[in-house]
Design a protein around this ligand. Structure first.
Ligand code: NDP
Length: 291
């Protein structure tokens, strides 16, 4: 049996945060300013609150300033856009995010497009999506950027490999496909994107040298869907019941981890894989925005 590599996103994220901390200290020593990330959160979604909390804590760790703008669930779209415009105009803020999902009565796209691209450190603005598709420099969406960084730091060969991505969302699957297929290192993959209308999904995933699951369904990818020796990237974050936990639940990915480790050559755990990398890349974008 071949040795399996655990792609430890948590440890890698901590290493990146150490690098960022050094960069901030150097900048401050040279008379520069401290990067400042702001986050808008709307409503009381516990998962969103936890994600934003992790981002704010990470800012503290690397020496960034941070602000959290908490808004009620019943805020009108125009009021939220006004808050976005205030952050666009606030010279003390280098970059900001609007935590998704937003309440149903608000159009995510309208809000995201109101963010000034220079401050859009999530990289969701059409300007960044367009620049990414043209291969021009842009703020990369943090989750796919984090996956690329993880592949690079673990020395995973991507050139000429077949990458299969399950999921075509604008924040994960689609930018992931663009990054993996571009003529760069890492990159140069042959990419297949799968989605809910894909027929005979297992026959496609079994061709993957690199399989990326970004679906949002616990344990969806089973061992029979994995080519022996494949690299597995599990983006999914799903909360499932677990009576052994004090909270009564735990987080799990889109991949049946216990089964996949028997077949894969490398895999990201959930939690501790892609999630922490996403935070590291958000900080990296913020440092860049503040330059
Ligand atoms: P979306 O719901 O936007 O997209 C899910 C994708 O999965 C869609 O393209 C959908 O297809 C596809 N899909 C759904 N069911 C099937 C199926 N049966 N077979 C094949 N494809 C299917 O989710 P996101 O991209 O936003 O997120 C995906 C997961 O990643 C979630 O668990 C989310 O929590 C997690 N996530 C994790 C992050 C991290 O930092 N680790 C960051 C962002 C997300 P279709 O388009 O046809 O509907």
């Amino acid at each position: 049996m071949q040795l399996m590599t655990l792609l430890d996103g948590k440890a890698t994220s901590i290493a990146i945060q150490e690098e960022l901390k050094i960069a901030v200290t150097e900048r401050m020593n040279n008379g520069g300013s401290r990067p400042h990330l702001a986050a808008i959160i709307v409503g009381d979604n516990p998962a969103s609150r936890a994600y934003v909390g992790h981002k704010i804590k990470a800012c503290e760790r690397v020496g960034f300033d941070s602000s959290l703008i908490e808004l009620p669930d019943n805020i009108r779209e125009d009021e939220l856009i006004h808050e976005v415009q205030m952050l666009n105009d606030d010279k003390s803020v280098d970059g900001f995010i609007v935590q998704l999902p937003l309440p149903k009565h608000i159009d995510d796209q309208v809000v995201l497009q109101a963010i000034h691209p220079d401050k859009d450190v999530d990289g969701f603005h059409p300007i960044h999506a367009g620049r990414l598709s043209l291969g021009l420099p842009s703020f990369l969406p943090a989750t796919p950027a984090g996956i690329m960084e993880l592949l690079e730091r673990y020395g995973i060969e991507t050139s000429g490999k077949h990458a299969v991505i399950i999921g075509r969302s604008s924040i994960v699957g689609t930018p992931m496909a663009l990054l993996l297929s571009r003529n760069a290192q890492p990159g140069n993959c042959t990419v297949t994107i799968c989605h809910s209308r894909t027929q005979d999904l297992p026959s496609i995933t079994r061709q993957a040298d690199i399989l990326i699951a970004a679906i949002g369904k616990p344990h969806f990818v089973t061992s029979d869907m994995i080519k022996p020796g494949a690299v597995i990237i599990d983006v999914g974050i799903n909360r499932i019941p677990d009576a052994t936990k004090k909270s009564g639940s735990r987080l799990t990915g889109d991949v049946d981890y216990q089964a996949a480790v028997q077949v894969a050559s490398a895999i990201t755990p959930v939690p501790g894989g892609v999630g922490p990398m996403t935070i590291a890349m958000l900080l990296k974008n913020t440092l860049e925005a503040s330059a």
